[in-house]
Design a binder for this molecule. Structure first.
Ligand SMILES: NC(=O)c1ccc[n+]([C@@H]2O[C@H](COP(=O)([O-])OP(=O)(O)OC[C@H]3O[C@@H](n4cnc5c(N)ncnc54)[C@H](OP(=O)(O)O)[C@@H]3O)[C@@H](O)[C@H]2O)c1
Length: 204
C-alpha cells in the first residue's frame, strides 16, 4: 500500500517521484485534501485508489475519517479500513463529492470546537472572571462534555435535555442559542462556507 500524506502543494512532484514503484499490486491511499481520485489515478497510472479525509484527533486515536474507494477489491477496502481505523472511526461513502461535506464537518470541525472554547471564555470574562479562570472553565467544560458523550451512548440531544431543567439557567441560555439566527443557523452558514471552499480547492 502506498500512503500519500504529504501537503497538497507538493503532491504532484511526489507522485511523479514514486510512480515507477507503483504496480498492479499497489493499493494507493491518499489523505491529501482537495486532490481528486482522477488526479491520483492519472499521475500514478493506476486504478486502485482510496481517498480519505481524516481529522487531527487522529493523533490520539480519536479521529474520524470519511473514505471513498475507486476500483478497489473487497480486500483493498478491508486493508484501507484497518489502516484508517488505527486513527479512529471510519465512514465509507459511495461518491467522492461527499468528501467536501466531510471536510467541512469533521475535517475542519475541531477548529470550530476550539473556537467555542474561546467564545465561552470571552463570555466568562465579560461576566467578571479573570482570563486564566475563564480559560480553565471553558476548556475543561468542553473536555468534560466530550468525555461524558464518549462514556454515554445516548444522543447529544438527550444529554442536553438531561442538564436542562424547565425554566432553569441552562434553559435560559439555550433559548438564545436555539433561537432565530442562533447556533444552528450560524453552523449551517459556517459549514456551507467550508464546503464551498473545499470544492473550490479541489478544482485548482
Ligand atoms: N492535518 C489534518 O487534520 C488533515 C486532515 C485531512 C487531510 N490532511 C492532509 O494530510 C496531508 C498532510 O498534512 P499534515 O498537516 O500532516 O502535513 P505535514 O505535517 O506537513 O506532514 C507532511 C508529511 O509529508 C512528508 N513529506 C514532505 N515532503 C515529502 C516528500 N517529498 N516525499 C515524501 N514525504 C514527504 C513530511 O515528512 P518530513 O516531516 O520528513 O518532511 C511529513 O511527514 C495533507 O495533504 C493534508 O491535506 C490533513
Amino acid at each position: 500500500m502506498l500512503v500519500l500524506a504529504v501537503k497538497p502543494q507538493i503532491i504532484k512532484e511526489v507522485m511523479a517521484e514514486v510512480q515507477p514503484a507503483v504496480g498492479a499490486q499497489t493499493l494507493v491511499l491518499s489523505i491529501a485534501a482537495g486532490i481528486s481520485i482522477k488526479t491520483i489515478a492519472e499521475s500514478l497510472q493506476t486504478e486502485r485508489v482510496v481517498r480519505a479525509m481524516p481529522n487531527t484527533p487522529a493523533q490520539i486515536g480519536k479521529g474520524i475519517s470519511g473514505a471513498v474507494g475507486f476500483r478497489i477489491t473487497e480486500t483493498d477496502s478491508k486493508v484501507a479500513d484497518a489502516l484508517l481505523r488505527a486513527a479512529g472511526d471510519v465512514i465509507w461513502f459511495e461518491t467522492e463529492d461527499k468528501l467536501d461535506a466531510v471536510t467541512a464537518v469533521s475535517g475542519s470541525g475541531p477548529a470550530y470546537v476550539f473556537y467555542l472554547v474561546e467564545a465561552l471564555a470571552m463570555a466568562a470574562m465579560r461576566q467578571g472572571l479573570d482570563t486564566g479562570q475563564a480559560m480553565r472553565l471553558a476548556r475543561q467544560t468542553v473536555i468534560g462534555a466530550a468525555g461524558l458523550m464518549e462514556a454515554d451512548s445516548q444522543s447529544a440531544s438527550v444529554l442536553r435535555e438531561n442538564v436542562t431543567s424547565p425554566k432553569g439557567t441552562t434553559y435560559a441560555a439555550l433559548q438564545v442559542l436555539m433561537g432565530p439566527q442562533g447556533l444552528e443557523d450560524l453552523m449551517d452558514r459556517a459549514v456551507t462556507a467550508a464546503r464551498e471552499r473545499s470544492e473550490e480547492l479541489g478544482r485548482t
